[in-house]
Ligand binder design. Structure first.
Ligand SMILES: C[S@@+](CC[C@H](N)C(=O)[O-])C[C@H]1O[C@@H](n2cnc3c(N)ncnc32)[C@H](O)[C@@H]1O
Length: 281
């Protein structure tokens, strides 16, 4: 019987690191294509390279990154250092039949959002037009385009690096006939009065973008998938109050179709997505 990878990793490092540290090695990792990311406690600072080498060997990866500070800033950029392997960290990650080309040293790919990417895949249909306000490398745009095949998706992205991968991924997944990438701030470049469905896949004070999302909808009617982080005790009433205020300003009404807990974000705070139906009053 083959041993589980973590046992193999521990055995391979027995003679390489102090024995009292063996049980502190990371038991979890993220594998994006052939790039591995681990969170290595600072007690391993002296042994980073050999640890990276063994993880790479056993988990069959070309590069190992150490996550030193989560995901930060407007562009949600990961704070990682390369501890072992090829400096070319570009890779193609395959999930649910979708090819995502990216560089995990420069851009995030959250495995915690996988269920939501899969849920989005079949959410639309051939009669709809869709706007993805925070497209990134195509996290939601690509599965929607491949599986739901809407009439058109306009995918907005502000970060040049992510935009370049988005453009490449549209070709790689053969969906150029229905996906139009647009580069810039979605509040300036998103189409108005165009969509039946709007995806707001962002969690940095995303209420700031509700107004733009409403304006994408045809005559302010349609569906919005509104992501954000909320204190668990406030869900769903407080976020709905914000949404209803915005709807009022636009002269329409908002109905909560359902909400989902995407992943935990901080103690007492989770990342949620609210499915909203926006309609005339
Ligand atoms: C990284 S994605 C979020 C994660 C994604 N929902 C998932 O499933 O993993 C968010 C993207 O929104 C982009 N972004 C942030 N502000 C923006 C804006 N005002 N207009 C357009 N894109 C923006 C960021 O550059 C980033 O690529």
């Amino acid at each position: 019987m083959t041993e589980i990878p973590f046992i193999q990793i521990k055995k391979s490092l027995l003679n390489e690191i102090p024995s009292n540290l063996i049980n502190r090695l990371p038991q979890k990792w993220e594998k994006i294509g052939d790039i591995l990311t681990i969170v290595l406690p600072s007690i391993f600072n002296e042994n980073k390279k050999i640890i990276g080498e063994k993880y790479a060997e056993i988990l069959n990866c070309k590069t190992v990154l150490n996550d030193i500070g989560g995901i930060k800033g407007e562009f949600r950029v990961p704070n990682v250092e390369l501890i072992y392997g090829s400096k070319n960290t570009e890779t193609v990650h395959k999930e649910n039949g979708v090819k995502y080309k990216l560089d995990p040293q420069k851009l995030m790919f959250s495995s915690g959002n996988m269920d939501e990417r899969i849920r989005m895949a079949n959410i639309s249909n051939g009669n709809e037009t869709v706007v993805d306000l925070f497209a990134g490398i195509g996290y939601f745009t690509l599965p929607i385009a491949i599986y739901s095949k809407p009439k058109k998706i306009i995918a907005c992205e502000k970060n040049q690096i992510a935009f370049n991968y988005l453009s490449e991924n549209i070709i790689l997944n053969d969906v150029s006939s229905i996906v139009e990438p647009r580069m810039g701030d979605n509040r300036e470049i998103a189409p108005k009065n165009f969509a039946n469905r709007v995806i707001m896949g962002y969690i940095e004070e995303n209420e700031r973008f509700l107004s733009a999302a409403f304006d994408c909808l045809i005559e302010h009617c349609g569906i919005i998938h509104y992501h954000n982080t909320f204190p668990n005790h406030a869900v769903p009433n407080k976020p709905m109050k914000t949404v209803e205020e915005e709807a009022n300003k636009k002269g329409c009404k908002a109905e909560l179709l359902g909400y989902y807990n995407v992943k935990s974000y901080a103690p007492g705070i989770n990342h949620y997505v609210f499915d909203l139906r926006i309609d005339e009053k």
